[in-house]
Design a protein around this ligand. Structure first.
Ligand code: NAP
Ligand code: GLV
Ligand code: GLV
Length: 336
């Protein structure tokens, strides 16, 4: 008998087909996430789970899943999963690093440029008829924004995505500063043209600050009132990492009171962001609904990587992108 996997949302067909070769697959086919009761019920009888970042996989879920051996997350970030507890229970956790790096770096740049050059405001201006009504045409002082080329870019978290953002910044002739806990090898720093600084220096000197750290206990509200006040009044903040890395209340204040100039956000502390949220009332922020990896190619590649992880595990091999490597010592891979 094939092991059973519950897939918490429709994912691209190419990955599902691969999974079906080794697993009996059940897909939650509604657009909205399975309600908590459904998830708790499904996990009782499955050997594997494919999860999204919106599925909270905590102790309660893990304790309700006597047969569960592997959680294959359809995302690189896995802050929705209690990995420590999963490891203790011998449950493998895999994610989808690498295949979504370029798409997320591209979206970071789309938000950075859109926020700097007021693209969304400008679109509204044209669409609403204001451009027509004012009869201005081209005006020397109309819709002025912030210059990008040649400015300083601060990258918080110079991992896969941070580095891909840095590579793109070279085309804009930018000076690049970065901060994370460990310094990169000097050769890589040279190749990226990036200088290692502390967080305070990065915040004080950058014209653009972009966040690429995972959400952890350490990075929760890493950017709050104090940090936002260190930034330039002309600076633009971009967040495509996780909403809770930034203190949203402080950010709203910063954008309203002009401590910083603008922001481009793909992620929020509360997702979906409610339509009456104060952020939606501000012109100097560009908002996206967590679409960093949302290209046809990338979403298919993520599904295939999820499948490769599940298939490797099925064959008794260590999955290629295992998060909790220590788990191998607790229980060998496979369903035996
Ligand atoms: P990654 O390669 O692991 O890079 C993360 C970097 O953050 C590492 O270089 C790490 O360096 C640094 N970091 C970790 N903890 C830190 C801390 N406490 N303080 C400072 N720096 C810290 O991950 P990635 O593939 O680039 O992905 C990054 C994140 O992007 C994911 O975790 C996910 O949340 C988010 N993401 C969002 C989307 C989207 O749709 N918007 C798409 C993909 C990914 P050190 O260990 O040296 O500190
Ligand atoms: C998306 O946010 C991811 O972590 O892959
Ligand atoms: C603008 O359209 C210009 O030609 O400078």
């Amino acid at each position: 008998m094939k092991p059973k996997v519950f897939v918490t949302r429709q994912i691209p067909e190419s990955g599902l087909k691969m999974i079906e070769e080794c697993y009996e697959v059940e897909v939650w086919d509604r657009y909205t996430p399975p309600p908590r009761e459904v998830l708790l019920e499904k996990v009782r009888e499955v050997d594997a789970l494919v999860t999204l970042l919106t599925d909270k996989i905590d102790r309660e879920v893990l304790d309700s899943a006597p047969r569960l051996r592997i959680i294959a997350q359809y995302a690189v970030g896995y802050d929705n999963i209690d990995v420590e507890y999963a490891t203790a229970k011998g449950v493998y956790v895999t994610n989808t690093p690498g295949v979504l790096t370029d798409a997320t770096a591209d979206l970071t740049w789309a938000l950075l440029l859109a926020a700097a050059r007021r693209i969304v405001e400008a679109d509204k201006f044209v669409r609403s008829g204001e451009y027509w009504r004012t009869g201005t045409g081209w005006h020397p002082l109309m819709m002025l924004g912030y210059h990008v080329t040649g400015k300083t870019l601060g990258i918080i978290g110079m991992g896969r995505i941070g580095q891909a953002v840095a590579r793109r910044a070279k085309g804009f002739g930018m000076r690049i500063l970065y901060y994370q806990r460990h310094r990169l090898p000097e050769e890589l720093e040279r190749e990226l043209g990036a200088q290692y600084v502390d967080l305070e220096t990065l915040l004080r000197e950058s014209d653009f600050v972009t966040i690429h750290v995972p959400l952890t206990r350490e990075t929760y509200h890493m950017i709050g009132e104090r940090e936002l006040k260190m930034m330039k009044r002309t600076a633009v903040l971009v967040n495509t990492a996780r909403g809770a890395v930034v203190d949203t209340q402080a950010l709203v204040k910063a954008l309203k009171e002009g401590w910083i100039a603008a922001a481009g956000l793909d992620v929020f502390e509360q997702e979906p962001l409610p339509p009456d949220h104060p952020l939606t009332k501000l012109d100097n922020v560009v908002l996206a609904p967590h679409i960093g990896s949302a290209t046809y190619e990338t979403r298919a590649a993520m599904a295939e990587l999820v499948a490769r992880n599940l298939i490797a595990f099925y064959k008794g091999e260590v999955p290629p992108t295992l998060v909790n490597k220590e788990v191998v010592r607790i229980r060998p891979p496979g369903f035996r």
